[in-house]
Design a protein around this ligand. Sequence first.
Ligand code: ACO
Length: 453
Amino acid sequence: PEDVGILAIETVFPSLYVDQTELEQYDGVSAGKYTVGLGQHKMGICGDREDINSICLTVVQNLMEHYDIKYTDIGRLEVGTETIIDKSKSVKSVLMQLFEPHGVMDIEGIDTTNACYGGTAALFNAIAWVESSDWNHRYALVVTADIAVYAEGPARPTGGAGAVAMLIGPNAPLVFDRHVRATYMRHVYDFYKPDLASEFPKVDGKLSIECYLNALDTCYQLYCKRASKRDSKETPVDLNHFDYLLFHTPFCKLMQKSVGRLGLNDFLSTSPGLIPQLYPGLNNYRKVDLNNSYFDKDVEKTFMTTTKGSFETKTQPTLLLANQIGNMYTASLYGGLVSLLINQNIEQIAGSKIGLFSYGSGLASTMYSITVTKDSNDNSQLYKLISNLKNVKTKLEQRLKISPEKFMTMLAVRQQNYNKAPFKPIGRVEDLFPGTYYLVEIDEMYRRHYRRH
Ligand code: ACO
């Protein structure tokens, strides 16, 4: 099959949020620490009515309804998540409740987990299946979803929650480029969830950022090499290769630094003779060692300045959901795609090259790219895909703000009730967006029961 890619995309996020300026005041940190220092404005939060199963049920059902797709048209269902509740039992198996009434049980795929990378691994499984000898001409559906909550401390304002589901098949408007994927995996304890009695991760914040930037450098170099070889380019592939650059986004400020980092990589791979002309005044930086500059403020500032224009045009439009909802873990990168599709005109998106960097602690990372079809007329699939996302901005505005006190109480309640059975949630169903699946109860056998609002 040709032009395998994304045919449909759907997102859901919590109807409640906390304001980061108010959280700064409540936490007693200096004004601007979360909003400027981390670049975050609002953070989505799930009450006791929502869990990973309910979010995934909602996003799948919404996608099927909005695109009018038949359950019999789906041949593979993959879930990428690091929000674990029934441990041995997958979220995918829970989603089968939507397929069984349509007689659809012949459906491959299962959950994939490695921090924020699981969604990308799930996506790659789906692409591989569509391109394989076992493909049966049905679509693959990939669900990326998480609830990100942290213990009290500096990581707490980088939480969030949400899901993005994508329909994968041939002749798509967003086509995955072949022969360019660049992967980097290592064993590191930067972020992990060893305490099964808690929803919170263990996180070494500084180490996780160092690992993130190291993975970014490495994937980018390999991607550029492969793209250059694939396209038989005479000039090296660099930032100019991409119209848009999407990143896994733990907090928005890191993306400015990441684009700067790519600029530094481009600079270091420029032949010395061209430096005075292309980078006047920066000759001294030729000595910079990538592995010893992750927290070098001077290097960071210099290359954030040289890449300011690139950041503003290629990455800023991809940060809306990350800024307004927070880190959605596996769904974060794909929330970047949703943000791009709703922030740019269809004419700008048509024919563009999108670079994507996926990072999951532990660590697993890949850089890959998408080429968007040029066809953007009113009957095109691209038009349909973008039209379906038109209500996302309105829904962000329709959310209910809760106070930091209430936010803290909700997290304390989540913590208290974690792994509890039997359990009856008390959160207001009326506060959820229409069409949201919600938890009715967990019975004495830990079985979860859901209903749709
Ligand atoms: N106004 C403006 N900026 C401010 C202010 C202020 N009043 N106060 C602080 N800042 C800036 C700091 O200068 C710093 O910016 P810089 O890095 O550009 O220098 C930034 O705010 C963060 O402040 P710090 O004190 O350096 O860090 P903090 O202790 O708040 O921790 C961290 C930040 C490490 C990101 C923490 O939130 C964390 O652990 N998050 C989770 C880990 C994570 O997301 N890792 C990324 C990849 S893995 C993943 O996705 C889970």
